[in-house]
Structures are given as C-alpha cells and as structure tokens.
Design a protein around this ligand. Structure first.
Ligand SMILES: [Zn+2]
Ligand SMILES: [Zn+2]
Length: 147
C-alpha cells in the first residue's frame, strides 16, 4: 500500500461531536487482545493505528480514563463523553505518539493491520489472520495499543 506522506485521513466518533485527522502512514497498525481493549471496546480485540502526535489533529470535547496497561505502562484513553466512542490512546511506553481506533476512521480500510499483540488473551472465537505476526504480549518495539 502506498500512501502519500501528506495525505489526510479524517475520522470521528459515533455522534459526530469529535472529529480528527491523521496525516500520512501510521507507524504500526495492530490488533490488540489485551483485557483492557476487550473491556473498553466490548469485542475480542481492538485495532489501532499509531501516529506521531504531530500528525494528529482533533476537535471536540473528550473525556479521559487513565489505567495501567497489561504491559505495566501508563495509558490514557480518550473517548467522546456523549456517545462513548473510544477515539485514541496515549501510552507512556511510546511517548510522542497516539494510537487511534481504526474503526473511527471515515475509511476504516485506509490502513491494514500488520501484527497481533496480547494474543494470550485472545478468545477462541476471535479468529485472526494466521499470516499476521502474532505475539503473546507486546514485543520490544511496543506498538501503543491505547491500553
Ligand atoms: Zn460522540
Ligand atoms: Zn490492548
């Protein structure tokens, strides 16, 4: 996939009060099966795309929830206080970056997941592409999963 380095990808929450854009290609796109993502999103995994914070712009009110990730790092998840959509996360294991929830992009197919992390918490029913590199926890390069 070739993406122009200055191409903008807009996204937003369910109710439309929060809008954002990311520019260019993500650092990494990961499926995350950690328990925080499962509880926060209600599914077997979340899918996030990490960007340098300077390539992220957002408007609208946000609420935040801070937690300690399965990897022991501090994570702040930001969500729309009206509709509850999780928009992005920050992780102090990857400062200077944000991880946006891929499904909140206006075009969720804009980027392709490259890796699966925290597979140790994957439920058997949450079938994933076996061709993707899969890790029981989070590998050393630490893709920020937002939690
Ligand atoms: Zn909303
Ligand atoms: Zn996670």
């Amino acid at each position: 996939m070739t993406i122009g380095s200055d191409q903008k990808h807009p996204g937003g929450c369910l109710c439309g009060a929060v809008r954002y854009s990311v520019t260019g290609a993500p650092v990494i796109v990961a499926h995350c099966h950690c328990r925080d993502c499962q509880r926060g999103g209600g599914a077997g995994h979340s899918t996030g795309a990490m960007f340098p914070v300077e390539r992220f712009r957002i408007s609208g009110d946000l609420s935040e929830f801070a937690l300690t990730s399965d990897n022991g790092t501090r994570v702040i998840r930001s969500f729309c206080p009206t509709c509850g959509s999780g928009i992005f996360g920050r992780n102090d294991g990857m400062t200077g970056h944000v991880t946006i929830a891929l499904g909140t992009l206006d075009d969720p197919a804009a980027f392709t997941p490259e890796v699966v992390v925290f597979a140790r918490s994957r439920p058997a029913w949450d079938t994933m592409n076996p061709a993707l590199p899969t890790f029981d926890d989070q590998p050393a390069w630490k893709p920020d999963d937002g939690g």
